[in-house]
Design a protein around this ligand. Sequence first.
Ligand code: CTP
Ligand code: MG
Length: 244
Amino acid sequence: MGAQGSDGTREATPVWVAVPAAGSGARMGAGIPKQYLPLAGKPLAEHTLAALLAVAQLRETVVAIAPGDPHWPALAPALRARVRVVDGGATRAASVANALRGFSRRPDPGDWVLVHDMARPCVRPGRIAAMLRELDADPVGGLLALPLADTLKRADAAQRVAATVPRDALWRAQTPQVFRFALLERALDEALASGEEITDEAMAIERLGLQPRLLPGSEDNIKVTRPEDLALAEYHLARQGAQS
Ligand code: CTP
Ligand code: MG
């Protein structure tokens, strides 16, 4: 939905970025939120922010952090200077909804908002740029995701297999997730008002009866969740560095 420039060329749709980073990292159990743990020599969040800020066409980035977060000011000043900060909420959806209100001006309804978990430090700027090209004139938006590889089992209360769930057509959602601003704002506000648990932006959009596009993600774009994920993330970052 890029506007037609005065010289006849198509201008790219503005892309605004919202980064939820207000979680406490309960499953990591590290004593400090996982986004501030050291990863390949610097705080995890610095990898994520550097990757996002390397994408050329992004307009402005808002990070939602926990109110009074004592760790944020310790991040590299050069990165912090390039983003705005708002208070996050009690849930990821609330944090993203707050971030949408933190831009220096209200994005236009058809502008893109790109949401990316701070806890995914291995995202590649090239994949983000390609994702934005792939979505181009899409009226809704989409997300990176991976088709499931493992066979799925549904457990009963005794932790025995109750059923095998067909995995055809099942995907694991990742971030970035990219949606039109007005749609995403409405979707999150309505989802939050409903009290339903919303685990990603796509789910809020689906509640409106819309169908986000699934775009192939990659295995290296992991969400650092448990202690063993730190070594895995370091491996992926080292491998990416060796390739570039
Ligand atoms: N997040 C957020 N606000 C919340 C909860 C989560 O901004 N109230 C962010 C996290 O900081 C993270 C992303 O959402 O960047 C994905 O969430 P998750 O991996 O679940 O992180 P945590 O909630 O911190 O981890 P845990 O669930 O283990 O406590
Ligand atoms: Mg969580």
